[in-house]
Design a protein around this ligand. Structure first.
Ligand code: ARG
Length: 712
C-alpha cells in the first residue's frame, strides 16, 4: 500500500514537472535532446516529420516573414498566414483614402488581384549545422575579444561560402550561448511576395493599445500573403511571369479546436531574449533605460496622434510607425512593472549565489560576476545618451534620413568617388520614399520636443558643441533652432531635397541645420561611449557572459539549457493551459466571440466591431468553425515560450496540424524575456477557426479556403 502511494506521489510529481517543461526555445535540428519529452507532452509525430534535410518536414512550412516576423505556408500554392501586425506596414502602404485596405480590409479574388509588396521577403531554412567544433578549435584562451571576434567572422565567412557554393542559397553563422556554440543556417529567400488578404484593422487590431500585451484577448490578428517563384519554382525578383510557389510542405489545418492540456508547439523566429542577463543588467534596464525609452516614446506618440486625428491621409501614413512605437512603449512599461512584481532581480541574485558556490570548486581566475557588476556600474551614466541615439536618431523619420547622409559625406571626404555615387543614388531613392508619406508637422514637432528632453537629460559634459550652444540660450535657443530647421532643412522640404539630389553637394549638406544637429548628437554619443575604459569593460562583459553560461551548464549537467533568442529558427512546445494571474483570480484559456461583442464600443476606434462580423454573429452562422458548444472561439492560451519575432508563428497540434497563430504574450509575464515565469507565462494565439470563419463566412473569400487542406 505504502509502496503504491509513493509511486503515485512520484508519478504526480513527475506530471508536475512535465506540465512545467514549457520553457525553452529549442533548435529544431537538435530535437533529439527533447524528443522523448515532447512525446510525453502529446506529440504524435516522428522527429523526421518535424525537421529533416532529406524529406519534406514541418520546418519547410515556416518562413521568416521580412526578417521581423514569422509566417507559415498553408496551401500548396505558397499562401502565407501571418499576423495582422506583421502585415501592417505592407497593408498601410497599399492603402489610400480611396482604397483603404487598412480600415476596410482586402481580399484578392484571384492571383491577378494580389498586390506586390516591394522590399518584403519570405525566407525558408534549408538546413542547420553545428559548426562549433570548427570554430572553437581555431580559438584560444589567450586571444583578446577583438582577435576572437575577428577569427569567428573570418571562419564564418568561409563556412558560409562553402555551404552555398553552386546554389541560390544564402547562409549565416550565428553565435549561441553567448559565444560557446556556433550553428550555420542555410536559407532560401523569396522576394516576390504579394499581399492577398486582411480583415479590417478594427478586427485585426481589435482592442488596440488597450488590450495589447494582455489577456483576455479578442483579436483577429492575421493577414495573408503569397510567395511567387519563377518557372523553376525558385526565388526571382517580381515578374508578371512568376507563379505561386509550390512549397515542400504546407500545414494541414485542424478544425478540431483546442482543449485544455492539448499538445501545442510553435516554430518561428524569436528575435531576442536576455534570459542570462545578470541582476546588475536587469537593474540598469528597469531603473534607467526603460523608463527613459517610455518617456521619449510617450512624447512621440502624443505628437503623432494629435496630427493623425486631424487628417485621415496623415493617419494612414503614420499608422505603422505609430503602432511600432506604441507596441514597445507598452512593452517597456510592462517589463519594468513585472520585473518588480515577479522579483526578477531576486531570482537572478539567487542564481548568482549558486554560481559563486560552484566557483569555489573550479579553477577560474577571470572575475565573471565582478566584470558584469563593473560593466553596469560604469555605464549607468551613458544610458540616456544611448537611449536618445536610438529613440531620437534611428527612429525619427527626418532624423534618420539626415543621419544616413553621413555615410555619403564620409565617402566624399575619403575621396571614394564610386562609393559616394552609389550611396547618393541609393539614399536619393530612400529619401524620396520617406517624403511620400512624411508629415512636416509631425517630424518637426517631434524634433522640437525630443530635442528639449535631450538637452534636459544629457549632462553638459556629454553634450556636443552645437547642443551646448542651443542649450545656453534656453527655451528660446531651442525654438530658434527649430525655426531654422523648418526654414532651411532639406530633410523637411521636398523641393529643397530634390534640388540637392539633382546635384548633391557636400557644402550644402554641411550647412543643413538638421544634418548638423544630428551629427552633433551622434558625435556626442560616440565620444561618450567609445572610450578606452568602456571598451575594456565591454570586452570583459562579453567574456563574462560566455563564461557564466558555460559555468551554469557545467554546474547543472542534467538541466537542458537553451540559448537566447537571436532571430534563428526555434521550436517551443507545451500545452494549452489557463492561468491564475493573482490570488483568487483565474483566467480561462479561451475567449469567444461573445467577448468581442461585450467589448464592442462604436465610439472608441479600438473597439469597433465591423457590421459584417456583427451580422454573422447575430445569425450564429459559425458553420464548420463552431466549437463543440456551438460557439465560436477567438483566442487561446498555451504555455509556449515565445517572444517578438515569433509573431505570426503557427501553433501546431500533436498531429502536425495548424490550430492557431501566435500573436502576443500576457501582461503578468512581461518580464519573461529576462526570466521565464513557469506558472504564469502564456502565449496568446488566434484560433484558426476564427480566422477561417472571418475569411469564409464573414468576408466571403472562399477562394482562399479552397486552397487549404482542412482536417475535420
Ligand atoms: N504585442 C504584440 C507583439 O509584439 C503586438 C500586438 C499588436 N497589436 C497592437 N494592438 N499593437 O507581438
Amino acid at each position: 500500500m505504502k509502496q503504491i502511494k509513493i509511486t503515485l506521489i512520484a508519478f504526480f510529481l513527475l506530471i508536475g514537472t512535465i506540465a512545467k517543461a514549457d520553457e525553452g526555445m529549442w533548435l529544431p535540428f537538435l530535437l533529439g535532446r527533447n524528443y522523448e519529452d515532447m512525446k510525453k507532452h502529446g506529440l504524435r509525430l516522428t522527429q523526421e516529420e518535424l525537421y529533416s534535410i532529406n524529406q519534406s518536414s514541418i520546418k519547410d512550412a515556416i518562413v521568416s516573414f521580412g526578417g521581423f516576423c514569422t509566417g507559415e505556408i498553408i496551401s500548396k500554392q505558397g499562401l502565407i498566414l501571418t499576423n495582422h501586425h506583421c502585415g501592417y506596414e505592407a497593408i498601410a502602404e497599399a492603402s489610400t483614402k480611396e482604397n483603404n485596405y487598412l480600415d476596410n480590409g482586402f481580399w484578392a479574388k484571384n492571383n491577378a488581384e494580389e498586390i506586390p509588396v516591394p522590399g518584403l521577403h519570405a525566407t525558408f531554412i534549408v538546413r542547420i549545422e553545428d559548426v562549433s567544433e570548427i570554430i572553437l578549435n581555431a580559438l584560444s584562451v589567450d586571444m583578446t575579444e577583438d582577435e576572437r571576434n575577428a577569427k569567428i567572422r573570418e571562419l564564418s565567412k568561409e563556412l558560409q561560402a562553402k555551404a552555398t557554393e553552386g546554389t541560390n542559397y544564402s547562409a549565416s553563422v550565428s553565435s549561441f550561448y553567448e559565444g560557446n556554440e556556433f550553428y550555420l543556417f542555410v536559407k532560401e529567400k523569396f522576394t516576390d511576395i504579394r499581399f492577398v488578404g486582411t480583415p479590417p484593422q478594427s478586427a485585426g487590431k481589435f482592442g488596440g493599445d488597450t488590450d495589447n500585451w494582455m489577456w483576455p484577448r479578442h483579436t483577429a490578428d492575421f493577414s495573408m500573403f503569397r510567395i511567387y517563384a519563377n518557372a523553376e519554382n525558385k526565388p526571382a525578383p517580381f515578374s508578371e511571369e512568376n507563379k505561386p510557389y509550390v512549397p515542400k510542405h504546407a500545414l494541414p489545418i485542424s478544425l478540431k479546436g483546442v482543449e485544455k492540456d492539448d499538445f501545442a508547439m510553435i516554430l518561428g523566429f524569436p528575435g531576442s531574449t536576455d534570459r542570462y542577463l545578470s541582476s546588475w543588467g536587469v537593474e540598469q534596464a528597469v531603473t534607467l533605460e526603460q523608463p527613459k525609452r517610455v518617456d521619449v516614446r510617450a512624447k512621440k506618440l502624443k505628437i503623432m496622434k494629435h496630427f493623425m486625428d486631424k487628417d485621415d491621409a496623415v493617419r494612414l501614413n503614420y499608422s505603422a510607425s505609430y503602432a511600432q512605437v506604441a507596441n514597445y512603449w507598452k512593452y517597456f512599461i510592462g517589463q519594468t512593472e513585472q520585473v518588480k512584481n515577479n522579483d526578477v532581480i531576486g531570482k537572478k541574485q539567487a542564481i548568482e549565489t549558486q554560481y559563486r558556490d560552484y566557483l569555489k570548486n573550479v579553477k577560474m581566475s577571470f572575475p565573471v560576476l565582478g566584470s558584469m557588476e563593473k560593466y553596469y556600474n560604469s555605464t549607468n551614466d551613458i544610458v540616456n545618451i544611448k537611449v536618445y541615439q536610438s529613440e531620437f536618431i534611428y527612429t525619427v523619420g527626418a532624423n534618420v534620413t539626415a543621419f544616413r547622409y553621413k555615410f555619403w559625406a564620409d565617402a566624399i571626404v575619403a575621396g571614394q568617388e564610386d562609393r559616394a555615387k552609389m550611396l547618393a543614388g541609393r539614399l536619393g531613392d530612400i529619401t524620396k520614399d520617406y517624403f511620400e508619406g512624411a508629415s512636416t508637422d509631425i517630424e518637426l514637432d517631434i524634433i522640437h520636443h525630443v530635442l528639449h528632453m535631450y538637452l534636459e537629460d544629457i549632462p553638459d559634459a556629454q553634450l556636443g558643441p552645437l547642443a551646448k550652444k542651443i542649450k545656453a540660450k534656453g527655451m528660446k535657443g531651442v525654438h530658434k533652432y527649430i525655426q531654422s530647421i523648418e526654414k532651411k532643412s532639406m530633410f523637411l522640404n521636398k523641393e529643397k531635397f530634390e534640388a540637392f539630389n539633382a546635384e548633391p553637394s557636400l557644402k550644402k549638406l554641411q550647412k543643413d541645420p538638421l544634418f548638423l544637429l544630428i551629427m552633433d548628437i551622434n558625435d556626442a554619443y560616440t565620444k561618450a561611449t567609445a572610450t578606452d575604459d568602456l571598451k575594456v569593460a565591454k570586452d570583459n562583459l562579453q567574456k563574462a557572459n560566455r563564461y557564466f553560461i558555460a559555468g551554469l551548464r557545467d554546474m547543472n549537467p542534467k538541466k537542458k539549457y537553451y540559448p537566447n533568442a537571436n532571430s534563428t529558427l526555434r521550436l517551443t512546445y507545451g500545452n494549452v493551459l489557463p492561468y491564475n494571474p493573482k490570488d483568487a483570480v483565474s483566467y480561462d484559456f479561451v475567449t469567444t466571440i461573445d467577448g468581442v461583442m461585450q467589448k464592442e464600443d462604436p465610439d472608441n476606434p479600438e473597439f469597433v466591431v465591423h457590421p459584417k462580423i456583427k451580422a454573422t454573429w447575430k445569425n450564429k452562422d459559425y458553420g464548420q468553425y463552431a466549437d463543440k458548444n456551438g460557439n465560436l472561439t477567438v483566442n487561446f492560451l498555451s504555455n509556449n515560450d515565445i517572444t517578438g519575432g515569433n509573431s505570426g508563428s503557427p501553433v501546431i497540434n500533436g498531429d502536425g496540424h495548424l490550430i492557431g497563430t501566435a500573436f502576443d504574450g500576457n501582461w503578468e509575464a512581461m518580464s519573461g524575456d529576462i526570466f521565464f515565469e513557469q506558472n504564469i507565462q502564456r502565449t496568446i494565439s488566434l484560433d484558426i477557426r476564427y480566422t477561417l470563419w472571418l475569411v469564409d463566412k464573414v468576408f466571403g473569400a472562399s477562394n482562399l479556403i479552397e486552397e487549404m487542406e482542412l482536417v475535420k
